[in-house]
Design a binder for this molecule. Structure first.
Ligand code: ADE
Ligand code: ZN
Length: 319
């Protein structure tokens, strides 16, 4: 039996497996620049975050209808449930779809179709987090928040993702303030490729409750002390860090040192179709590569519920 866990860092578009990509391409009359799934899989060799993002955005062309988004989310939830996920807080990137003429309603209604039945069909409770693309303008983020207004009953919070370096959190101060005023929860990717100062800025300027990745906090001992003291959760994604070359090999991942320092670490899959594993696979890989014992793995599973947006009663039921 896999450990019951929550997944808190998962981009739904990053769960698009090559087989589903080709199925949706055929359904929608989209031509992919790859002969077949095998050739596509060969493109999954990345030098850094940007080289991954190029493929990630390219493949999204196959997602066009509500049913496409429902099928994508349902395929993820089926896999996640089999790996012990009881609760998933799922990112989506509306700007990448709006730019292709796919409306906010299509995306949210489609995802909701799968998410609304997930507890019943998969035993997985879900929440949706809308991410802004940090390499787009602050104005575009604000327009996206406006476009999402009719759907805010389905969206628990906002996040910030895409190319990090050169796009510091403070660029999005206004949209985060507007989201907070609407009662939305706030998270942001910070310290994946960007410097520790971006983590501090995400906390102080954007008011985030959780930091996505946060890997590079280890370069700043004072920041580590603060994160420990304030019990700020970090949603680490070790397989992603290896594939995007933030760390050389999994054996070098700082997760054990981060746990030792007292950081509230969680382990997640990020973009599992691209990075070689869903969250259960990731738990297994870190246990093997980093020699974490059973108690440490239980800590990670417990942390995932503590760091979630579930209230305490919901948390107890999900565990
Ligand atoms: N979008 C999808 N995956 C991402 C990641 N790991 N970092 C930033 N943006 C992303
Ligand atoms: Zn991510």
């Amino acid at each position: 039996m896999p450990l019951p866990k929550a997944e808190l860092h998962l981009h739904v578009e990053g769960t698009l497996e090559p087989e589903l990509a080709f199925e949706l391409a055929a359904r929608n009359g989209v031509t992919l620049p790859y002969a077949d799934t095998e050739e596509l899989r060969k493109a999954y060799l990345f030098d850094d975050l940007q080289s991954f993002l190029n493929l990630y955005y390219e493949l999204m062309a196959v997602l066009r209808t509500e049913q496409d988004f429902a099928d994508l989310a349902d395929a993820y939830l089926t896999r996640a449930a089999a790996q012990g996920v009881r609760h998933a807080e799922i990112f989506f990137d509306p700007q990448a779809h709006l730019a292709r003429g796919v409306g906010m309603g299509t995306v949210v209604e489609g995802l909701s179709r799968a998410l609304s039945r997930s507890e019943r069909t998969h035993g997985v409770s879900t929440q949706l987090i809308m991410c802004f693309l940090r390499d787009e303008s602050a104005e575009s983020a604000m327009e996206t928040l406006e476009a999402a207004r009719p759907y805010l009953d389905r969206i628990v919070g906002i996040g910030l993702d895409s190319a990090e370096v050169g796009h510091p959190p403070a660029k999005f101060r206004e949209v985060y303030e507007a989201a907070a005023a609407l009662g939305l929860r706030r998270v942001a990717h910070a310290g994946e490729e960007g410097p520790p100062a971006y983590i501090t800025e995400a906390l102080d300027v954007l008011g985030v409750e959780r930091v996505d990745h946060g890997l590079r906090c280890m370069e700043d001992p004072e920041l580590v002390e603060r994160l420990v003291r304030e019990r700020v959760p970090l949603t680490l994604c070790p397989l992603s860090n290896v594939r995007l070359r933030a760390v050389d090999v999994l054996e070098d991942h700082p997760l054990p040192a981060m746990l030792e320092a007292g950081l509230l670490c969680t382990v997640n899959s990020d973009d599992p179709a691209y990075f070689g594993g869903y969250v259960g696979d990731t738990f297994h890989a870190v246990r093997e590569a980093l020699g974490l014992d059973r108690e440490r793995m239980r800590d990670l599973a417990r942390n995932s519920f503590e760091a979630s947006f579930l209230d305490h009663d919901e948390e107890r039921r999900a565990r």
